[in-house]
Design a protein around this ligand. Structure first.
Ligand code: AMP
Ligand code: GLY
Length: 419
């Protein structure tokens, strides 16, 4: 089977590594890929936003299946365009991807399906938003409705801060994504990333993870795309996972199917484990990055089989096997990340670090130049390990970090610790 993987970050490196292990895979292409992915796939410079070019490439290589990593092409409808061209693709349609593309859409769907989530109000102008904010007690959560590269959410400690955040949205800080704002109550508890897969009708739980979003140790500093992850999430007991499926994920899939826009793909539920049980914070419509890296370390089933079962509407008959062990990934980022990453420094001895520490190093933001490997993005490497216990997995990952010869790299030293 010939597969095209869309994306070029740490998540896609983990997907490429896992897809490559499938006996059914004959050829793997990645667009655009990266130097790490290039060990498992042929990298092609295709713009995923240009669906015409993607379709032409698929036809020229007789691609059997397209797997889409990031959210933007999904929200833009790449899966719809491929479907119209008769090319099978894994990921939701644009209509179903609104779960990630519009926070207001998801809140309305949750209200309709009686899914536990924070009380909210959608607002389209500053006057309504101001009144809505003043009617609530801080902390108040202010969200740009659309995709804002993880930057559209403010947890405001005061009314003034909340109003300023809303004003920034309406004045174009997030472009079109901020034309509408969602104001919601703050949920206290422990946050968990919970993953499931659906073929539109059946939905199967996959696994849980914890993402470390803040830059610094002890959850200090600015928000990032994620500085590390562990799986399973310590807070996610089997009972809570069962409740999340019954009260949140299952009803979401049912509601989308009833609306005539069935969800096929990965559902990534951001959950808050509150005193009253799991509540939905938000949905993403793809694997998390760096959560995918730890999930792929623990997935024992053939990823290609799992994805095909979803695409071919036969998840009902599938069993997804997971290792009982723990996995951890430590992100090494460029100095200055997240605001102004300084790129271009050289990274050495990755293969030696992988072998000596027994880790898998996924490339997130690297490029090769004249036989050298250079940092090319904010998040650069994801040093990933499995272990019998979480502390064994994190100890191994940190041994790998210590062996990577990249003095410029910054990382958190507390992944896997704490709550
Ligand atoms: P999002 O972009 O929706 O994932 O929001 C970013 C982060 O803000 C989430 O991962 C949570 O940590 C936090 N957050 C969002 N909504 C809420 C809420 N209603 N209560 C508490 N924290 C929230
Ligand atoms: N790690 C957060 C995300 O993928 O959205």
């Amino acid at each position: 089977m010939k597969v095209l993987l869309i994306g070029g970050g740490g998540r896609e490196h983990a997907l490429a590594w896992k897809l490559r292990q499938s006996p059914r895979l004959t050829e793997l292409y990645a667009a655009p890929g990266n130097p790490g992915i290039a060990k498992h796939a042929s990298c092609v410079s295709l713009d995923p936003a240009d669906s015409g070019a993607v379709i032409a490439f698929c036809r020229s290589k007789a691609i059997d299946l397209v797997v889409v990593g990031p959210e933007a092409p999904l929200v833009d409808g790449v899966v719809d365009r491929l479907g119209e061209a008769g090319i099978a693709a894994f990921g939701p349609s644009a209509a179903a991807a609104r779960l990630e593309g519009s926070k207001g859409f998801t809140k309305d769907l949750a209200a309709e399906a009686r899914i536990p989530t924070a009380a909210y109000r959608r607002c389209r102008d500053l006057e309504t938003t101001r009144a809505e904010i003043l009617a609530r007690h801080p902390p108040i959560v202010v969200k740009a409705d659309g995709l804002a590269a993880g930057k559209g959410v403010t947890i405001a400690a005061t009314h003034d801060e909340a109003i300023a955040a809303a004003a920034a949205c309406f004045s174009g800080a997030f472009g079109h994504a901020g034309a509408e704002v969602v104001i919601e109550d703050y949920l206290a508890g422990e946050e968990v990333s919970f993953f499931a897969i659906s073929d539109g009708v059946t939905v199967l739980p996959l696994a849980s993870a914890r993402d470390y979003k803040r830059l610094g140790d002890g959850d200090e500093g600015p928000n990032t795309g994620g500085m590390g992850a562990i799986s399973p999430a310590p807070a996610m007991t089997p009972e809570l996972a069962e409740r999340a499926m019954r009260e949140i994920v299952g009803p979401t899939v049912t509601a989308l199917r009833r609306r005539g826009t069935p969800f096929r793909g990965i559902l990534y539920a951001g959950l808050m484990i509150t005193a009253e049980g799991p509540k939905l914070i938000e949905y993403n419509v793809r694997f998390g990055d760096p959560e995918c890296q730890v999930l792929m370390m623990r997935l024992e089933s053939d990823l290609l089989e799992v994805v095909l079962a979803a695409v071919q509407s036969r998840l009902e008959t599938l069993r997804v096997e997971w290792s009982g062990s723990a996995a951890a990934t430590v992100v090494m980022a460029a100095p200055g990340y997240p605001s102004t990453p300084v790129v271009g420094s050289e990274i050495r001895r990755l293969d030696e670090a992988e072998q000596a520490a027994g880790v898998k190093i996924f490339h997130a933001g690297t490029r090769s130049a004249g036989g050298r490997l250079l940092a090319s993005g904010g998040r650069v490497l994801c040093v990933t390990a499995r272990g019998e216990t979480m502390s064994a997995a994190t100890a191994k990952a940190y041994r790998g970090v210590a062996l990577v010869d990249w003095p410029e790299g910054i990382f958190r030293s507390d992944i896997g610790e704490g709550r």
